[in-house]
Each structure stands twice: as C-alpha cells, then as structure tokens.
Design a protein around this ligand. Structure first.
Ligand code: NAD
Length: 474
C-alpha cells in the first residue's frame, strides 16, 4: 500500500473521530479499522464473509437495527452526501441528488417484507422461510452511486446478507464514504463491522474478480448493456438491472395538461438520468400541437428544427464500429438544459427544466438512451402506430413504458404489447416507483432477469420446514 498524505490524514481523522465518539478504531489484532473500504477484492470478500457469518447468528432485531442505520444516515446527511455526489460525478441536479437519498428512509422495504408462508392441514404444517444467500457482489452505476448502494444495502441486510461493491469509478469516492458511515453506525449499533465492503479503486478487472470469486454467492448488477452482458455470462445467480429507453405514448383521449406536466416531471428529474425517465414521445397528430403548447407552461422550452439539428450534432459522437455509428456524447449526459443549449449555440434561462421539440423517428434522440434533458416528440397518425414505434424504440429491454390516455382498450393494448417491467399510465415515470403513485421504491429494477423492482425477497433463498402429523392446533 502506498502511504500518501491523504491516507495519513484519513487515518488521523478516523482515530480522532473514533476517540471523540468512543468508537473502537482498532481491530482485535491492533490494525486500524477500514470500515468496509478495501484495496483488493480478496480482502473485501474475506471481511464480508466473516461479517455475514456473525450476522447470521443474530436475530431479526439486529437486522432491523442495521437497516435503520443506513436509512438514518441517508436521511440525516442527505444534503451533504447529495452535494458531494454531485461534486464528484458532475451529473444531475442537486435537489434531486438530495431527494434520492431522503426517500431511502421510508420507501425502501426492509425486514417486514420477509413474511413466512405457512401451509396447514390434516398432515401437519409446513413453513416456507426466506434465508440469506451469504455475500452478494454488487455493481453500481454513476447515475445514482450512493442511492443505489444504500438501497441495495437495505434490501440485502434485511435479508441477512453482506455485500461487496465495485462502484462506478466516477462515483467511487461518495460510495466509499457511504460505506464507511454505514459500517461505523452498524458497528456502534450491533457490534459487527464490514457487513458492507467496497473497493476503493474499482476497475473492470476488480468487477470480474468479484464475478469469479468463489465466496460470492450472488450478483446484483445495475448499469448499462456491457455490464449486464458480463453478469449474465457469469455462472452465478445474477440479478441484472439493465438499461432502458422508456417511450411515452399520448393519444387523443389524454388529459394533455397532465401529460405535459408529467413528461416534464419525469423527463427532467435529475436531468433525465433515471433509467425509468421519459426518453421519447410518440403523440397522435390530432393533439400533437396542443400537447407541445402545453409543455411550455411547465418550464420546458420548445426548440425549432435548426436548434434541434445543432443540439443533435453536439449530443452524439462517432461510435466504435459500423453497428454503432453514433453514441451519446458523455460530456453532455446529466447536464442542465441551459448547458445543452449553450453547447448547441443558443441560450435558454438557467432554470429551464427541459428542452423538447418535434423530430422524426430517425433522430438519434429517439433511438438512444440519451440521459440528458432534451425529449424528442414524434408525430404519428394514430395510437396503434404510436404503440408500434414505442415497442420498436424500447429495444426489447422490457424496462419501462408510459402512456397518457383515457381509452382503457388502448391502455390494455399498449400494456400487453410493450411487456415492460414498469407500465405507468397518466402520471410521470417516477410514479412507477411510488413517487405520486402506489408501491415501494428500489434503485435496481431487474429487467432481463425478471425480478422486477428489487426487494429483500430478491436476495433470499427459499427454505421449507415440514412437520408431519402434528403442530396443527385446530
Ligand atoms: P455503465 O454500464 O457505464 O456502468 C455501470 C457499472 O458497470 C459501473 O460500475 C461500471 O464500472 C461497470 N461496468 C461497465 N462495464 C463493465 C464490464 N464489462 N464488466 C464489469 N463491470 C462493468 O452505466 P452507468 O452510466 O453507470 O449507468 C447508466 C446505465 O445504467 C443506463 O443504461 C441506465 O438505464 C442503467 N440503469 C439501470 C437501472 C435499473 O434499475 N434497471 C438503474 C440505474 C441505471
């Protein structure tokens, strides 16, 4: 290990803060505690294995306490942590970075989700229970580095697991800080350290080493197509929360004010970084102009054809091969609408939520998951054409689709046709994760592997106990 000034500063700070709080800073063998942050995969896995074994011996109350530590830190320190995440990743919006941490306190399900199933009859009783897997390998995206880690941690700890995380390199500092804080609080609460471990310098090689490690029992991967494919190639059970390109269909029966407001709320959230966020709209000709007019009431700015052309030129760059002639310009991902405009050579007000405008389906903003606050609107003759195009440009990810309509038959048709994990009607995409809609939240929506919005149950093994001929007390 290289002894740098920063390392020395961190150790001194850690010792001082440990002394102030009365928290143990030295392990049994006299080494400084790492609070879950490791330089190499083997050490991280070994520490997590040891922690998980100790955790497994404890009751549900200790799981509740561990989960409560993660919730409390996310909620109490949301402002600081959100700000630091934005400073490090340089994508998205401060208010939403903070909100994403705050909602972790009450919207992510915990231990209460593990309800034992029971069968009772003349032959006795059978209990079906949900047991931990052990140590889970976790990959997190840059778009919500700490929120994804914290959400995975709550689900996994509630189910009795420990985890080893390979964070996105551009969001590693904040993820490591979160792990340190969570472990310190959990250690104070239940006396176990390293239930969460993380690589301080993550690489593709360290991700692969986690995939291949024999003590890792399961993987949970949240990210784009490449990492999803890598996880699916692993012989381990993998929960893959993959990419999306959520289309919106608006038909002539829709409440246009609500549709416009919803598209702005979902599409502008954190500058369109959400995997569920509205990415392209197919609207029928009968209401097309009225819908675009309505958008301007919600702090969205309509671009003309020339402005869209200029923005498209800077928003996409040459791809690696003939199969991918264009890719999204990473420098513009998650940037403010005003900055996109400036790069394209025009000005909009700094507080503009979203840019939008009419394009054909051939515009790359339709095909690509842009993750920036410009939404293309494509004019179509009827709702069936809109649904067909929505299906085409969702690319079979089976992630998220949104519809604005009061025609229940059209809604049913689109729901069946899209076959997506989330299908939201008459609200913003965020309603599909319980913000203004019903249901719980997760930052990992398992799409190709089919587990859906992940919960503590996703990270359990089912075990059955059967008692023959007795224990039915009726
Ligand atoms: P990304 O794919 O660039 O990175 C995700 C993670 O995978 C990072 O930790 C990265 O270091 C790692 N990684 C990338 N290629 C890898 C490989 N070949 N082997 C091992 N690890 C690899 O994605 P991103 O830009 O961080 O996040 C945005 C993407 O994630 C979008 O496509 C978005 O839709 C998706 N996403 C999905 C969900 C969901 O719940 N389904 C949630 C958030 C983000």
């Amino acid at each position: 290990m290289q002894v740098t000034d920063e390392l020395i500063r961190n150790v001194v700070q850690e010792v001082l803060s440990g002394l102030r709080s009365g928290r143990a800073v030295l392990t049994g063998n006299g080494q400084t505690r790492k609070w879950g942050v490791f330089e190499d995969v083997n050490s991280a896995v070994a520490a997590a294995v040891e922690a998980q074994r100790a955790f497994e011996q404890r009751g549900l109350e200790d799981r509740r306490k561990a989960v409560a530590c993660v919730r409390r830190i996310c909620s109490e320190q949301a402002e600081t942590l959100g700000r630091e995440e934005l400073q490090e990743t340089k994508i998205g919006r401060l208010a939403h970075k903070i909100e994403k941490l705050k909602v972790i306190a009450d919207r992510i399900p915990g231990v209460e989700f593990l309800r034992t199933e029971a069968f009772s009859g003349e032959n006795g009783i059978t209990l079906q229970e949900f047991a931990p897997f052990g140590v889970i390998g976790v990959i997190t995206p840059v778009t919500h580095s700490l929120p994804t880690l914290a959400c995975n941690a709550i689900n996994m700890l509630a189910a009795g697991n420990a985890l080893v995380c390979n964070p996105h390199p551009s969001g590693a500092r904040i993820a490591c800080k979160g792990v340190r804080l969570f472990n310190q609080a959990i250690h104070d609460a239940i006396g176990i350290d390293n239930l969460l471990t993380i690589l301080s310098t993550p690489t593709l090689e360290s991700a692969q080493a986690i995939f291949d490690h024999r003590d890792i029992r399961m993987l949970c991967v949240t990210g784009g197509p490449a990492v999803g494919r890598a996880a699916l190639r692993s012989p381990k059970r993998a929960i893959v929360a993959g990419p999306g390109n959520p289309p919106v269909v608006v038909d002539e029966t829709a409440d246009l004010e609500n549709a416009a407001r919803s598209i702005v709320i979902g599409g502008a959230y954190d500058n369109n970084l959400l995997c569920i966020g509205e990415k392209e709209v197919f609207a029928v000709a009968g209401i097309f102009d009225e819908l675009l007019e309505a958008m301007t009431q919600y702090n969205a700015v309509r671009l003309d054809a020339k402005q869209i052309e200029a923005l498209t030129k800077v928003a996409f760059v040459k791809g690696p091969d003939e199969k991918h002639p264009l890719v999204v310009n990473k420098d513009l991902i998650g940037q403010d609408a005003a900055l996109l405009a400036e790069r394209a050579g025009f000005k909009v007000r700094a507080e503009t939520e979203l840019l939008f405008g009419e394009t054909t389906e051939a515009n790359p903003f339709v095909e690509h998951e842009q993750m920036m606050p410009f939404i293309p609107f494509v004019r179509v003759p009827d709702v069936d054409t809109a649904i067909a195009l929505a299906k085409k440009y969702e690319h079979g990810f089976k992630h998220t689709a949104i519809m604005h309509s009061r025609n229940v038959e059209a809604i049913t048709r689109m729901g069946r046709e899209m076959d997506t994990t989330l299908f939201v009607q008459n609200g913003p995409s965020t309603a599909g994760l319980g913000s203004g809609g019903e249901g719980y939240l997760s930052f990992s929506i398992a799409t190709p592997t089919g587990e859906g919005v992940t919960t503590p149950l996703t990270f359990t093994r089912q075990r059955r106990s059967t008692t023959v001929g007795s224990m039915r007390v009726l």
